[in-house]
Write a protein that binds this ligand. Structure first.
Ligand SMILES: CC(C)(COP(=O)(O)OP(=O)(O)OC[C@H]1O[C@@H](n2cnc3c(N)ncnc32)[C@H](O)[C@@H]1OP(=O)(O)O)[C@@H](O)C(=O)NCCC(=O)NCCS
Length: 209
């Protein structure tokens, strides 16, 4: 499995940048993991305390380099006018610029890819938003951004799949708003939602992970 690239330039919306996890995010991640809604719908580590969060973050680069997972965290962009490193008027920034020095900043949410299947050009996508930042369209936006990037020429996947509990209306709404359609149902009842690449983009890139 190939090392997974980071999006270049860094993915960003008007309200956030999507950057790799940093060690200073551990406390915020532990707080996010402690939310009952997170524990209800996602396989959060038990215990999900500070040291568990720090260990998970410490393993992120290895998982990415081994082609296993690519996890990005949404944080508010730094308004770094003094250093000239702030996001441009489109809200975008180059890797290593706007989000540097932002570890521990208010964490909005996460979106990540896993379960890569190079033969099929497929991967699984998952997401969450931190409790104080829900119902602001953040999940919809981060899922759309990572989906578009992963199905585009840089990663060149053909299909992204999300598994969503039908009883989780928020996540279902996010998947649909981000362009995912129901393609099946797992034995445990979870809906399988998929987004596929526009044909030309994938054929044109010839890329595989
Ligand atoms: C589900 C979750 C990701 C939604 O994140 P979010 O940032 O609030 O989502 P958005 O703001 O983009 O919401 C988009 C739409 O989803 C729907 N929605 C979001 N949360 C909802 C909820 N709790 N109940 C019903 N509909 C909901 C709404 O239609 C919303 O649009 P609106 O705010 O204009 O009404 C978030 O609540 C979460 O992280 N929950 C815990 C973990 C989880 O379930 N992860 C997904 C596992 S597949």
């Amino acid at each position: 499995m190939m090392r997974l690239p980071l999006p270049e330039p860094m993915l960003a919306g008007t309200r956030f940048v999507l950057r790799p996890w940093e060690s200073g995010d551990a406390a915020s991640l532990a707080v996010a993991w402690s939310d009952p809604e997170m524990r209800r719908w996602l396989p959060v580590p038990e215990p999900g305390d500070l040291s568990a969060a720090a260990a998970w973050i410490a393993g992120e680069a290895d998982r990415r380099h081994a082609g296993q997972a690519l996890d990005l965290v949404a944080v508010e962009p730094v308004d770094d006018l003094a250093g000239g490193l702030g996001a441009d008027p489109m809200g975008r920034s180059g890797n290593g610029s706007a989000a540097k020095g932002q570890a521990g900043a208010d964490l909005l949410g996460e979106v990540g890819l896993s379960a890569f299947d190079p033969e099929r050009g497929a991967a699984m996508i998952g997401w969450w938003t931190a409790e104080p930042h829900r119902r602001r369209g953040i999940a919809t936006e981060i899922v759309r951004l990572l989906t578009t990037w992963a199905l585009g020429p840089q990663l060149g996947l053909k299909i992204l799949v999300a598994e969503v509990e039908p009883a989780n209306p928020g996540s279902l709404a996010v998947a649909m708003a981000a362009g995912y359609q129901e393609v099946g149902r797992r034995d445990d009842g979870r809906l399988v939602m998929a987004a596929v690449a526009a044909t030309g983009a994938v054929i044109g890139s010839g890329r595989r992970v």
